[in-house]
Design a protein around this ligand. Structure first.
Ligand SMILES: [Zn+2]
Ligand SMILES: [Zn+2]
Length: 60
């Protein structure tokens, strides 16, 4: 992890969520366009399937 990443993590642990960024493209929180919301409530990377293990037990 880079020094910048460690600083962001330290801020996050202090309760500062303004540094929270998209784990895919690095965009600021609230501007993400990389995630899709599944009907189960989880978010997943667009173009992939939801990873909620709950789906494996259903026929969907
Ligand atoms: Zn993104
Ligand atoms: Zn789902």
């Amino acid at each position: 992890m880079s020094a910048e990443g460690i600083e962001a993590l330290a801020r996050f642990l202090r309760g500062d969520r303004s540094m929270l960024k998209c784990t895919i493209c690095g965009s600021q929180a609230g501007t993400w366009d990389c995630w899709a919301k599944c009907r189960c409530g989880w978010s997943f990377e667009k173009g992939t399937a939801c990873r909620n293990p709950k789906h494996r037990t259903t026929a969907e």
